[in-house]
Design a protein around this ligand. Structure first.
Ligand SMILES: Cc1ncc(C[n+]2csc(CCOP(=O)(O)OP(=O)(O)O)c2C)c(N)n1
Ligand SMILES: [Mg+2]
Length: 563
């Protein structure tokens, strides 16, 4: 059929395809696709990073994908498949293009109680855009192409391929195959769908006529790399910009029009500005619970318009006065081509009002941001990071208080800085940071996590050292999962008992010492003034670094305001 009659193994073809799509690392726990790994060594330069758990392998692939826009690949044999599936959940929530490969059932042995086997496929269903079995080796090329196409196109997201055989031994089989690559799907976005001109016009008219508009930029803006166009439009028309946590790096926090992250893990000035708006323009946002503080900010019924690549997102939670279907950057570019800058002046009063909201926030948090307290106040770390972060850093943030502290109090200073965050899973950030560093070795990667978050995958410090994945991990070490403090106070009807602390506190731990024992640089910081020099030392270390910061267990992150 292909005119050369040459048979090739699945392993050869899979190795060639992955290399052809530009994959530089795969993350896995063996044993899966062993022959493919041998072919990778022979035929490619792909690094085969074996980790201490399948979930962290999935998080590494996710961090790799979010930092670079290129699909991240992770793998597990049949017994590890559900551990891998668990790790795809954050990628699913954050729309990250992860390709998961597992070993799976062989028709010869299924239903015979073969060792380690269950039917894993259904478990991947809720966390993937495509969930398929590859039972015959001749299907390797088309299924791999479909995996890259699906992971990167439309709203990106994870996919799962289950290869026949508990270790995917179908890769040993031979067939006439060609390792044809479609480079378009090697990164996000493969397409930039054009909007309808009339829809762009209608949306722009609304924005230009509004007296108090706000833009809410979501993860779709970063997926489309539309930050520059977003800032250009906001500046030309004088429209304040709030972001979701996923969209935080679409506008530097230091920009005069940036009001911060809106929603639940947010900044007061953002919630106040969005609540006071007479028109909210959502761009690349799901308008989900987290970004809208469970649909309280803005209130449902606030005049809204929406720009999105997904028709099903348009109007899901807010009735719309206009909607534009298309790629964010393309839509914003079209708008910029026909704006009337003169309309900006009608918003002068609004801009003054927003400035006052920002100043009020800055004044209120000044003492925390500059605190010299011992143990250290976490807000001070956020402020130091705003000041000290390298201009091209990738910042990777865990959830819980870490997400609240950094989402609300940390500011990116340059358009070249990136920000990615756990979409809900505690423990995501440290392994995701290793994946980010694998994908973008020339950029500094700085992780911010709590101690409970760091405990999850602490064994991966050894992986980081082994693979020279030189991220810097800052552990906000308060000796417990203190986001739980408020919840347990409530559960005990006011104030929890001393004994209740056993539900959320840990033994004191020096993570710097543990990190050193595993071969990383470990630095312990107990006074705020020592943090900046430690960060500089860690960034220059040329090996993975863990900065263990002793912080105040009583410090509680700011809670969201409803307006
Ligand atoms: C997989 C998972 N399990 C449980 C939670 C609930 N949770 C959110 S924050 C948190 C504690 C966080 O502790 P730590 O990382 O030390 O940060 P801190 O709040 O102390 O700053 C927990 C248990 C979660 N988000 N994800
Ligand atoms: Mg903690």
């Amino acid at each position: 059929m292909l005119g050369h009659n040459q048979k090739r193994t699945g392993a050869e073809v899979l190795a060639d395809l992955l290399a052809g799509y530009g994959v530089t690392h795969v993350f896995m726990v063996p044993a899966v696709l062993r022959r493919t790994f041998a072919e990778m060594e022979r035929r490619t330069t792909i690094a085969r990073v074996h980790t201490h758990g399948e979930k962290s392998a999935a998080y590494m692939a996710d961090g790799y994908a979010r930092a670079s826009g290129r699909p991240g690949v992770c793998m597990a044999q049949v017994i590890g498949a559900l551990n891998l599936a668990a790790g795809l959940r954050d990628a699913w929530l954050a729309h990250s293009p992860v390709i998961a490969m597992t070993g799976g059932r062989d028709p010869k042995t299924k239903f015979r109680k073969v060792y380690q086997e269950i039917d894993d496929v259904p478990a991947f269903e809720p966390v993937t855009k495509m969930n398929v079995t590859v039972d015959d080796v001749s299907r390797f090329p088309d299924m791999i192409r479909q995996a890259f196409r699906t992971a990167t196109s439309g709203i990106p997201g994870p996919v799962h391929l289950q290869f026949r055989g508990n270790e995917g031994q179908v890769d040993l089989d031979e067939a006439e195959m060609e390792a044809l690559v479609e480079p378009q799907f090697a990164r996000v976005p493969p397409f930039r769908p054009e909007p309808e001109a009339a829809h762009v016009r209608a949306a722009l008219d609304l924005l230009q006529k509004a007296d108090r508009p706000v833009i809410v930029a979501g993860g779709g803006v970063r997926a489309s790399s539309a930050g520059r166009e977003l800032v250009a439009l906001a500046e030309a028309l004088q429209i304040p910009v709030a972001t979701s946590l996923n969209g935080k790096d679409s506008i530097p926090g230091t920009n005069a029009l940036s009001v911060g992250v809106v929603g639940s893990y947010s900044r007061e000035s953002a919630n106040r500005a969005v609540a006071a708006a007479d028109l909210v323009c959502f761009i690349g946002s799901e308008t989900g619970g987290m970004t809208t503080h469970f649909w309280a900010v803005p209130k449902i019924g606030t005049p809204a318009l929406q720009i999105d690549i997904d028709p099903q997102a348009l109007g899901r939670n807010y009735p719309l006065q206009a909607s534009v279907l298309g790629d964010a950057r393309t839509v914003l570019t079209k708008m910029l081509g026909q704006i009337d800058k003169a309309t900006a002046s009608r918003r002068a009063k609004w801009i003054e009002q927003v400035k006052a909201l920002k100043a009020e926030w800055a004044e209120k948090y000044k003492p925390q941001l500059n605190s010299d307290a011992v143990p250290i106040h976490p807000a001070r770390i956020c402020h130091e990071l705003t000041l000290q972060m390298p201009d091209d850093a990738i910042v990777v943030v865990d959830t819980g208080h870490a997400g609240m502290w950094m989402g609300g109090l940390y500011d990116l200073r340059t358009p070249a800085q990136s920000y990615i965050r756990s979409a809900g899973h505690l423990g995501w950030a440290f392994p995701a940071g290793l994946g980010a560093k694998a994908a973008m070795p020339d950029r500094p990667v700085v992780v911010f996590t709590g101690d409970a978050g760091f405990w999850y995958h602490i064994a991966e410090v050894e992986t980081a050292v082994r693979w020279k994945l030189n991220s810097v991990t800052i552990v906000n070490n308060n000796g417990g999962g203190n986001q739980s403090k408020r919840g347990f106070d409530r559960a005990y009807g006011g104030e929890q008992t001393e004994k209740a602390r056993e539900l959320w506190t840990y033994n004191p731990m020096n993570f710097a010492r543990l990190a050193e024992d595993m071969g990383a640089l470990g630095l312990r910081v107990e006074r705020a003034a020592d943090f900046a020099p430690a960060l500089r030392q860690a960034l220059a270390a040329n090996r993975p670094a863990v900065i263990d910061v002793a912080t105040d267990i009583e410090a509680l992150a700011p809670v969201a305001v409803a307006g």
